[in-house]
Design a protein around this ligand. Structure first.
Ligand SMILES: [Zn+2]
Length: 424
């Protein structure tokens, strides 16, 4: 007797529909017509079923603060940092818990069950970190949350930055963050990366650095990260986020750099919604897209995943937290519109994200793994991307944590009426 069976799931475009059994929060059988009884049955009715979405890069401490105390009118990263430093002075733990919890509810409703959030630790009280550690604890039975200690104002550029960073790791942050391109000098940027790697080794943590998030083609800290990842052996425990400057590197340098990156095994996270919005702001015309070289990296087999980055905060005045929204933008901005390319973008918000977060061993619809899945109102990955499909059912460790009923629209045209069908 099983706890639950999801019947008639479409795991891939062709092939038979699959039944998925669940017992004690784990998958126990994944096959056509599973011959078993269960206390509960969910009929997926031929809908596409995927492992949960992975949010590789978000800021749950800043979320839902857009317009507080003022709006970022210029739309630049730098005015965003100024707005945030004003809002940061007003933070309380209750305030962070309330906003983060609401954003997580949105994310779960869209089928996200793994979240990596950066947390600004340039605050002597570490208010946001303490609050998010509590949120991580409360949400642990449902959603896997990783916290990156993120020195928004710099490790060397902010007084006591290195001490706060280490304190954040002692308090329980899962990964070490950084912002080398925002340190006062190139040399400080390199030094900050050495501090980050040393702390990660000392405390056995992952690394995820906001790296080269600027249109300046002279910003070249990815090369330092990949060299350190190779020399320390930390390799795929290291992630370079944003790397938007790579968009502007000359071809010869980018080609050499990508070979080094592939050799080092580091992960990349692009944030298409926020990159296309914040970058290119100092250009007249033509305006650069400011997205890192997602297409080229994917073609080389480098692990690239995607993040929403900001949801209604000083850096992005929009967003509902959906990874399909992020992937939809990626398809356009990276011009990954080939059929296999679109499929690979879908993988950037699922499997590739699991690799970035280092949770790949407990991720996927296979017997013995945690029973996490999403029934999408879609036929396959491409359909989900095109229609921004809702998550009909989200299952976390075998329990339903969100349900959405797809909208139904009726058209009244030419003297008749019928429910509309968006499938071809
Ligand atoms: Zn970020």
């Amino acid at each position: 007797m099983l706890d639950l069976i999801v019947r008639n799931a479409r795991l891939r475009v062709s092939g038979p529909l699959i039944d998925i059994g669940v017992r004690d929060g784990l998958f126990v059988g994944v096959q056509p017509r599973l011959p078993a009884e269960a206390s509960e049955t969910i009929d997926a009715a031929g809908c596409f079923v995927t492992p949960p979405f992975v949010e590789s890069h978000v800021h749950l401490d800043t979320t839902l603060t857009a317009g507080e105390p003022r709006w970022n009118e210029s739309g630049t990263l730098f005015e965003g940092i100024e707005c945030w430093s004003e809002r940061k002075a007003l933070l309380t733990e209750e305030d962070v818990v309330r906003r983060a919890t609401k954003a997580i509810e949105w994310q779960v409703s869209h089928g996200i069950l793994h979240i990596r959030s950066h947390v600004d630790i340039c605050d002597p009280k570490l208010t946001a970190l303490r609050a998010l550690i509590e949120v991580r604890r409360v949400m642990a039975p449902f959603v896997d949350i990783q916290l990156v200690a993120f020195p928004q104002d710099g490790i060397l550029g902010f007084e006591g930055g290195a001490v706060l960073l280490e304190e954040a790791l002692r308090l329980g942050a899962d990964a070490v963050g950084g912002i080398p391109h925002y340190e006062l000098t190139r040399e400080d940027g390199v030094e900050s990366l050495k501090i980050i790697f040393a702390l990660a080794e000392k405390y056995g943590k992952l690394i995820d650095v906001h790296c080269d998030e600027i249109d300046d083609e002279q910003s070249r800290f990815v090369e330092v990260m990949s060299a350190l990842a190779l020399r320390t052996g930390m390799r795929d425990r290291v992630t370079a986020s944003h790397t938007t400057a790579m968009h502007s590197y000359n071809g010869a340098y980018a080609s050499k750099l990508l070979r080094f990156c592939a050799k080092s095994g580091i992960n990349f996270v692009a944030n298409p919604l926020v990159n296309i919005h914040l970058q290119g702001r100092f250009d007249t015309y033509p305006k650069r897209r400011g997205l890192t070289r997602v297409k080229e990296m994917a073609a080389m087999g480098i692990n690239v995943s995607l993040g929403h980055d900001d949801i209604l905060d000083p850096w992005y005045p929009m967003g509902t937290g959906s990874m399909l929204d992020v992937a939809h933008m990626a398809v356009h901005v990276a011009q990954m519109t080939g059929r296999e390319e679109m499929r690979s973008v879908f993988h950037m918000v699922t499997d590739a994200g699991a690799r970035t977060l280092h949770v790949q061993d407990s991720y996927g619809i296979e017997a013995g793994k945690p029973a996490d899945l999403v029934i999408l109102d879609a036929l396959d990955e491409l359909d989900a991307l095109r229609r921004q499909s809702v998550a009909r059912v989200v299952l976390s460790k075998g329990k339903v944590v969100a349900r959405t009923t797809p909208a139904e629209t009726t058209v009244f045209l030419q003297g008749t009426s019928h429910p509309i069908d968006y499938l071809r």
